[in-house]
Design a binder for this molecule. Structure first.
Ligand code: F6P
Length: 503
């Protein structure tokens, strides 16, 4: 039945963007939605420059029905098992207090402990703390890094550094900016077994020790779903902020993994981030059909991946403060939906997630946009910007930034004919624009939650499980065998090991 649905979707006419706009004067308004974030602040979601039309929307809505979207979404919010390969619920929305009563109660308790610790640190009850080195990787780093960089560039309550890579150059760079006498460490790991994080944490402790700090482990806060492992590693129970197993790593910035966010912004800022995300949760939970913003975005994503053969989708933040958003979305989307089997383990009949990539505007215009305008790959693009400037310089900066953002979407769509092939722009290239009134904790929370739900909606339409990530395990296991020094490999790998003298 689903295969038939994809066949009928493929068979639909695919008018050009110019035709879609010519046929419908109201298209810009009909395919745009203003989302109320709270306190009079809105986000505009404009999907009019994509090739979605009413026929495709209707067919995708029918697909959603066939894939039991409403009941899958209900299962997500009510804490049922939605990650069957690991037998787990996925309760990140409960961290925003939208979810099953049991999960919400646990989240309130965990957040209460985090709030008390953050406020005590700010009140000086833990001595003078000026720097926080947050050590974690993947989902235990990308969210905090994004949000701190976006919202705490000015007036941060603490100087936060996020260290992920096992490459010692990463930790050294952070240590060089911190004074050991006033530095606290947050060790963030859902499993508390990740080699990169534990190795970096040991080295950071050694740095404190070498600087003469008495009892360096008392400077550590552990953020984890495995509190017993953190205790075993030497963190005292009172400084372990735990969260439930049912919060996935790449969905965890709302949990105690968000400790550095609260430390940098203050508790009210963190609470506003959660509330913005909760507003998007309620919209996603309660809105039917294509009026549901994450679901409509998933329709567009699958239209391009499945019906137009697009292997990538690009995201450009026209806002320096959101420069880390493409990195964050790469993990969210590619680790969630980069699968080739269904939730039941059967091979997928078509592509799953495209490759997510992107950068920051206007920089990217002068580097990679050539391919977007004239290359042979069709790449759907999301532009993300804020109307209110983040800087206090001449307003020309922000005006030029936004003009360029909007110009790119217009140019991709309109193209330009020329007798000279090298100077011709084919046009009819899609983009969506997400325009925030202002970048605030609430709007960023809503924006990130929008992407979480978009990823989930795509997974439901594809019939895959977005909440496991077994694809990362094989490489880890092989690296362990190399570390143990008791395995032999293919001739190429063996030669590399010998040349680097780690065999
Ligand atoms: O290796 C992938 C992964 O498991 C991610 O899913 C996760 O976010 C990251 O590693 C870090 O894991 P942990 O928080 O358990 O240290």
């Amino acid at each position: 039945m689903t295969t038939a649905r994809w066949e009928s979707l493929s068979a639909l006419a695919k008018p050009t963007l110019a035709t879609l706009f010519a046929q419908d004067e109201a298209r810009a308004a009909r395919y745009s939605t203003l989302f109320e974030v709270g306190a009079g602040s809105e986000i505009l979601f404009d999907w009019s420059k994509t090739h979605l039309d009413d026929a495709h929307i209707a067919a995708f809505e029918a697909l959603a029905q066939e894939m039991a979207f409403a009941s899958q979404r209900g299962a997500l919010f009510s804490g049922q098992v939605v990650n069957p390969t690991e037998g787990r619920a996925a309760e990140h929305t409960a961290q925003r207090f939208v979810g099953s009563p049991v999960a919400v109660a646990r989240a309130r308790e965990d957040h209460g402990r985090m709030e008390a610790l953050v406020k005590a640190i700010h009140a000086g009850e833990h001595g003078e703390v000026r720097h926080l080195i947050h050590i974690g990787i993947g989902g235990s780093a990308l969210g905090p890094a994004l949000v701190v960089d976006a919202l705490a560039r000015k007036d941060a309550k603490l100087d936060v550094h996020v260290v992920a890579n096992i490459d010692g150059c990463a930790l050294e760079a952070a240590l060089a900016k911190c004074d050991p006498a006033t530095t606290m460490l947050a060790v963030a790991s859902k499993t508390f077994t990740t080699i990169e994080t534990l190795t970096n944490a040991e080295s950071a402790l050694a740095w404190l020790q070498a600087a003469g700090v008495a009892n360096p482990r008392e400077r550590v806060v552990a953020l984890t779903a495995a509190p017993e492992k953190a205790q075993g590693w030497g963190v005292e129970e009172g400084r372990i902020l735990s969260f439930p197993e049912s919060v996935g790593g790449r969905y965890s910035l709302w949990s105690t993994i968000g400790f550095p966010i609260a430390a940098a912004l203050g508790w009210d800022g963190f609470a506003a981030l959660l509330e913005g995300a909760a507003a998007m949760d309620r919209h996603f939970r309660d809105t039917e059909g294509a009026a549901n913003l994450p679901l409509r975005a998933a329709f567009a994503d699958l239209y391009y991946a499945r019906l137009r053969g697009c292997q990538t989708r690009a995201v450009f933040a026209y806002d320096e403060r959101m420069a880390l958003l493409p990195d964050y979305l790469q993990q969210l989307e590619m680790e969630s939906n980069g699968k080739s089997v269904t939730a039941e383990g059967a091979p997928l009949e078509g592509p799953s997630a495209p490759i997510t990539w992107g950068g920051v505007g206007t920089d990217a215009q002068h580097a990679v946009f050539q391919l977007l305008h004239q290359g042979t790959n069709l790449v759907p693009v999301d532009f993300i910007a804020a109307i209110a400037p983040g800087d206090a310089l001449d307003p020309a900066h922000h005006r030029i930034l936004l003009s360029n953002c909007f110009a790119q979407g217009a140019a991709l769509m309109a193209g330009q004919a020329s007798e000279d092939g090298a100077r011709a722009y084919p046009g009819d290239r899609p983009s969506a624009t997400i325009l925030l009134d202002a970048l605030t904790p609430a709007s960023l929370g809503a924006l990130i939650a929008f992407h979480e739900h978009r990823t989930f909606a795509s997974a439901v339409l594809l019939g895959i499980n977005p909440f496991d990530q077994f694809g990362v395990e094989l490489g880890k296991a092989i690296a362990k065998r190399i570390e143990a020094g008791n395995a032999s490999f293919d001739a190429s790998t063996q030669a590399l090991l010998e040349r680097a003298k780690i065999a």
